[in-house]
Design a protein. Structure first.
Length: 239
């Protein structure tokens, strides 16, 4: 069995949350938002390496934030791309040699905008990915309908609907091959699972998500996330 690598994606913007720049660096409970996920991964017994995917032009910001707020952690840096898919392709290219040699057997990919994902979520995702091929946390969606020719139509008969979260974890070789195939075809997935489901013959299983694992998308989410972080561990001492 190889090692698991935890990846934090922080190459996006913060337009909807109201940030002037990259929302991943918004202060939350005494530290930058992305630091919470990096800390969880860097201290996780199932994660051998932690990688931060930073936005182009923000290497110094990423490096300085980690050195200042998480000085004991070993965090590798990879430049992201113009889209989420491109950022994932970049980090898989960076890991390709170790994936092909078998040194890395699972890659867990997480959004920096989800600072509340606990260590148990990463552990579950990695264990299920090793067993089945892919894993993602999901929450059920209730009370959903669509408007048809005769009015509202229930979607209940189409099976349970879920809302997918991160971290999403996958066997590394299959994931790398899926992104190479996507590059050949010019395909861009909306998230990691959409690419591997299109190109890899692996089973992607869901496991219970967590309502507290919210994604900081809008301004109101900042206050909610800060309150939840304070309740979980108390405010971090400013650095």
């Amino acid at each position: 069995m190889g090692m698991a690598v935890g990846v934090v994606l922080a190459a996006g913007l913060g337009t909807r949350v109201g940030a002037d720049g990259n929302k991943a660096y918004l202060p939350l409970s005494g530290r930058s938002m992305l630091i919470w996920s990096l800390q969880t991964l860097s201290q996780h017994p199932d994660v051998a390496r932690t990688v931060l995917v930073f936005r182009r032009g923000e290497f110094a910001l990423a490096r300085d934030s980690v050195q200042r707020e998480l000085p004991a952690a070993q965090v590798e840096m990879v430049e992201g791309g113009a889209t989420r898919h491109a950022s994932e392709a970049n980090v898989l290219g960076y890991l390709a040699t170790d994936i092909e040699s078998g040194a890395v057997d699972v890659v867990a990919i997480h959004d920096a905008a989800r600072p509340l994902a606990g260590p148990e979520m990463f552990g579950s995702a990695i264990a299920i990915a090793r067993e089945c091929g892919g894993a993602l946390p999901a929450l059920p969606i209730a009370g959903v309908a669509r408007v048809g020719a005769t009015g509202l139509e229930s979607l209940a008969d189409q099976g349970p609907l879920v809302r997918v979260q991160t971290p999403q974890a996958f066997r590394a070789r299959e994931l790398l091959q899926a992104y190479r195939s996507a590059d050949r075809d010019g395909f861009e997935g909306t998230d990691t699972s959409s690419c591997i489901e299109r190109y890899a013959a692996v089973q992607v299983r869901t496991f219970p998500g967590d309502a507290a694992n919210l994604k900081v998308t809008y301004g109101r989410d900042v206050a909610v996330a800060q309150r939840l972080l304070n309740q979980r561990s108390g405010p971090a001492a400013p650095r």
